[in-house]
Design a protein around this ligand. Structure first.
Ligand SMILES: O=C(O)C1=C[C@@H](OP(=O)(O)O)[C@@H](O)[C@H](O)C1
Ligand SMILES: C=C(OP(=O)(O)O)C(=O)O
Length: 450
């Protein structure tokens, strides 16, 4: 998994209106967690709607390597027979998490308080990403980590044989850090406490409660205080994974900028810790509505309806909203190019340590397509050119980053000239079926035709 095949250049051209229903795949964050917690429960967990993208398939393979019985029963339908908290076996080989930051970081947390050793690697993108943010708190439990310079993969974690519980204030707003600490805390005696100053996605907390762990969340002056009682017996669960709002962002944003469009994106998870993009788009003047709001499997969901919105205005996106839309800034910067005026994205330095440096990747790619972007260490400002105003005609480097590749394909759907990316292959990490889904709405994406 850590090698990528040949690059797949892709080109997206202006098409007619986008119409119809976009059934996007299952939520990536929830899918990783369902497999990992299923592997730590006693008995059989059933999952439907699992995202069968490369990132999540990597986590499924890893759970097998740690001793769980993981089987695919049908499309999106999986069974995990768990080994119980503390029951992980030592993997016989290196764990390759491919492109998945969430996969590797959560799994490191989950194994760090067991008396086993595991070595982790990934693709060139993952090997460049910081892991000290995970291994620092894991060291407090008693785990040891040896990796490459700067805390990079490949990295070996020697799990703590006699873990102690931890109280940890997360130094960066990161659900991956929070989740790694909570998963490690599962096999430590006593109470593990994680404090986050800014709320990040809370799927781990919700799912731990669902599996029967004793977990409490308190909002205090210090921040969100999460307290987990260690060494529970997790009960297996039936999990229906909602569709991914981060994937829904692509057809939604495309519909807003392509003239005459009207797209329905059904059954999207609208957990408030994930829905910041949609709030931002509505503030910009997007015609975006939530239909049929309901609750499914402990998560709020609704059907999203997005219609062409020629009157969008640039806004300053509040920094406190960043965590709830962190993966959506690339595609927001595309929509911003079609709005009137500036869109300011501030407090977003975490974008620099994702699958790529997403501020740099978007700024360079937008510039190549005639859009003016200002950037700094933790901000990006896109100068809107209004509907129909984006020249296009450029090629963007995807940098092994699925969200960069998909964002530029969306740009090409409304720009004056076609937009290309050098490699669309990373799209399969989170959104298998992106091209046929977009084509079904009326988009024109072609492979290797620059
Ligand atoms: O916990 C998760 O599932 C995720 C957390 C976020 O990363 P950080 O924790 O690094 O902010 C996000 O960017 C990633 O796509 C998924
Ligand atoms: C940042 C992302 O994922 P990960 O950190 O899991 O690689 C993402 O999907 O945008």
């Amino acid at each position: 998994m850590s090698g990528h095949g040949d690059p797949i250049p892709m080109t997206s051209r202006k098409a007619g209106p986008l119409t119809g229903e976009a059934r996007v795949p299952g939520d990536k964050s929830i899918s990783h967690r369902a497999l990992i917690l299923g592997a730590l429960a006693v008995g059989e967990t059933r999952i439907t709607g699992l995202l069968e993208g490369e990132d999540v398939l990597g986590t499924a393979a890893a759970m097998r390597a740690f001793g769980a019985d993981v089987a695919r029963l049908g499309e999106g339908e999986w069974r995990v027979h768990g080994v119980g908290v503390g029951g992980f076996a030592e993997p016989e080989d290196v764990i390759d998490c491919g492109n998945a930051g969430t996969g590797v970081r959560l799994i490191m947390g989950a194994m760090a308080t067991s008396p086993i050793t595991a070595t982790f690697t990934g693709d060139a993108s993952l090997r460049a990403r910081p892991m000290a943010r995970i291994t620092d708190p894991l060291a407090l439990f008693g785990a040891q980590a040896v990796g490459r310079a700067g805390g990079r993969l490949p990295m070996t974690i020697v799990g703590a044989a006699e873990p102690v519980p931890v109280r940890y204030v997360t130094p960066v707003p990161s659900a991956q850090v929070k989740s790694a600490v909570l998963l490690a805390g599962l096999n430590a005696p006593g109470q593990t406490v994680v404090i986050e100053k800014e709320a990040t996605r809370d799927h781990t907390e919700r799912m731990l409660a669902g599996f029967g762990a004793e977990i409490g969340v308190e909002e205090t002056a210090e921040g969100r205080v999460i307290t987990l009682t260690g060494q529970p017996e997790l009960m297996p669960l039936s999990i229906a994974v909602p569709r991914d709002p981060s994937s829904a962002a692509f057809p939604v944003c495309a519909a807003l900028i392509v003239e005459g469009s009207d797209v329905l994106v059904p059954n999207i998870g609208l957990n408030p810790t994930r829905a910041g993009l949609f709030e931002t788009l509505r503030e910009m003047g997007a015609d975006l509505t939530y239909e049929n709001p309901r609750e499914e499997g402990g998560e709020p969901v609704a059907d999203l309806r997005a219609r062409y919105s020629p009157n969008m205005k640039g806004i300053r996106v509040p920094p406190e909203r960043a965590a709830s839309m962190i993966d959506e800034y690339p595609v927001l910067s595309v929509v911003a190019a079609f709005a009137e005026g500036k869109t300011e994205m501030v407090g977003v330095k975490e974008l620099r340590v994702k699958e790529s440096d997403r501020i740099d990747a978007m700024a360079r790619g937008l510039e190549a397509n005639g859009v003016t972007v200002e950037e700094g260490p933790d901000f990006m400002v896109v100068q809107g050119m209004g509907p129909g105003g984006v020249p296009g005609g450029g090629t963007a480097a995807a940098r092994l980053d699925h969200r960069i590749a998909m964002s530029f394909m969306v740009l090409g759907m409304a720009a004056q000239k076609a937009v290309s990316v050098d490699d669309g292959s990373p799209i399969a990490t989170s959104f298998p079926g992106f091209e046929p889904l977009m084509a079904g709405l009326g988009a024109r994406i072609e492979r290797a035709n620059r």
